[in-house]
Design a protein around this ligand. Structure first.
Ligand code: FO1
Length: 323
């Protein structure tokens, strides 16, 4: 049966993901695919430097989630963390607005040291992932530094400044990516795309998570022209973002806050959209954009949900005909 093609042989899947929402589906895909079949291209435009350490929140969120050590309450950071180093920094009078746990700090210390020694982020993340027993490839979207800057009524804000320090309260009038012009898809990303049988855009923020990945020069074109089906899972359910400020961001950027708005952002790129059952009535408007639609339970509350949605995405995606 065509729809079950991925269950019978090797199927290489290339997923695009940001932080928590994307990591959940990536974990589901990893759970149902064979070891080595999944590559996850991760947004690095929310990376930043803190106390001299290079912090990569989305990469680490995906890495900790696939390693099974993520904090189940927040989705980011490591479960059961202590914050002794942060408390000491606070005693020294530092503003500890970004919660770096003690074990998480080890990741930032090692990554920073190896970057300073001249290694690429791609190499470092590959080694850390292997050390954590992860069977999938976690691939930074690029090795060059790129930073999301958000224009707000108070002026431009760096991503983590907006997201964590100011609690996503600012209205987002626009966004741009510092350094994107010098970025290029890494060899590892290009090789993963070359062997992919299916591309999956995870339910991450289309503006600040998937957007920067697609903005790496040549990336959107490479994905659009790949001779394999591509499917996106909507992060907007019932007019609300599954997590984070995607709904408010879309609204202030003039994009309809619905799976239709998300589908329009991915027009020409994806062959199918997975939307939640509550948005089933929007199916016709998405199909009018030239995409097939699967309406299902798209909210992932636990590991069985992630695996079930991953199976449905694979069944649906591998049965699609590429545009
Ligand atoms: N998100 C927060 O809301 N507050 C934090 O203090 C915080 C700390 C943090 C530390 C390490 C890490 O890898 C992620 C962390 N995040 C935190 C999450 C992260 O900033 C955002 O979820 C992503 O950047 C958005 O995708």
């Amino acid at each position: 049966m065509l729809a079950n093609v991925w269950r019978d042989g090797t199927v290489n899947v290339l997923a695009l993901a940001g932080g928590v929402g994307g990591a959940k589906l990536a974990a589901g895909l990893e759970a149902v695919l064979a070891r080595g079949e999944l590559s996850v291209v991760v947004n690095t435009a929310d990376d930043f430097d803190l106390w001299g350490l290079h912090v990569c929140p989305d990469l680490d969120t995906v890495m900790y989630t696939l390693a099974g050590i993520a904090n189940p309450e927040t989705g980011w950071g490591i479960g059961g963390e202590s914050f002794d180093a942060l408390e000491m920094l606070s005693r020294y009078g530092e503003d500890t607005w970004f919660k770096l746990g003690d074990r998480d700090l080890a990741t930032h210390i090692l990554r920073t040291a190896r970057l300073r020694a001249g290694e690429t982020l791609t190499r470092i993340i590959a080694d850390l992932s292997t050390a954590l027993g992860i069977g999938s490839a976690i691939l930074p979207m690029c090795d060059e530094p790129v930073a999301t800057v958000l224009d707000t009524p108070d002026g431009p804000l760096e991503f983590q400044e907006y997201f964590v320090r100011r609690g996503q309260r600012d209205e987002v009038l626009g966004m741009w990516l510092r350094g994107i012009g010098d970025a290029r898809p890494t060899d590892a990303v290009q090789e993963a795309l070359a062997v992919a049988d299916l591309v999956v855009l995870c339910p991450s923020n289309p503006v600040v998570s998937i957007g920067p990945i697609l903005a790496v020069p040549g990336m959107r074109e490479a994905l659009a022209s790949a001779p394999v089906p591509s499917v996106a899972v909507s992060p907007i359910v019932g007019g609300r973002a599954l997590k984070g400020p995607a709904d408010r961001m879309l609204a202030s950027l003039g994009v309809e806050v619905s799976p239709v708005g998300v589908a329009r952002m991915y027009e020409g790129l994806v062959d199918g959209m997975v939307i939640d059952g509550v948005d089933g009535g929007e199916g016709d408007r998405i199909e009018a954009l030239g995409m097939r639609v699967l309406a299902t339970a798209a909210v992932m509350r636990d590991a069985p949900d992630r695996a079930r949605l991953a199976r449905e995405v694979l069944d649906f995606g591998t049965g699609l005909v590429t545009l």
